[in-house]
Write a protein that binds this ligand. Sequence first.
Ligand code: ZN
Ligand code: ZN
Ligand code: ZN
Length: 143
Amino acid sequence: MKKTGKSPLNEILREAGFRATPGKIAILEALFKADQPLTIAEISKKLKNNLDQTTLYRTIQSFVEEKIARALNFNDRSIRYESLIDAPHHHHVICKKCNYVEDVDICGANLEKLALVKSKSFKAIESHAVELFGTCNNCLKKN
Ligand SMILES: [Zn+2]
Ligand SMILES: [Zn+2]
Ligand SMILES: [Zn+2]
């Protein structure tokens, strides 16, 4: 998603209740600058200092809890993370061959209405998680 970056990352960290340490800023920056959601291993590769994976994982979990990042599960055993800073609500299309992920500016809100019409046990839907799968143009070309 296009990001405008209204406030610097250290300010965003402080507003979310964190101490803006160089390590946290670097992790948030890696997520913020990425053009697609990243796995822990991919984030780790982008960081210059050798943070151990446990610290990295815990830090990202705390970002998710404070809602400056979110975790995404595309059914391939890797959890991916993306920054929620200046990111409007959107969904993803994932390539089934190479796992390339593209942000798409669509919403499944109509599904929530449809679910309420069909549901027998729910009067309200609070959120939704919709991911879409396909084969990206690069992988199509290779065949
Ligand atoms: Zn692909
Ligand atoms: Zn996204
Ligand atoms: Zn949506």
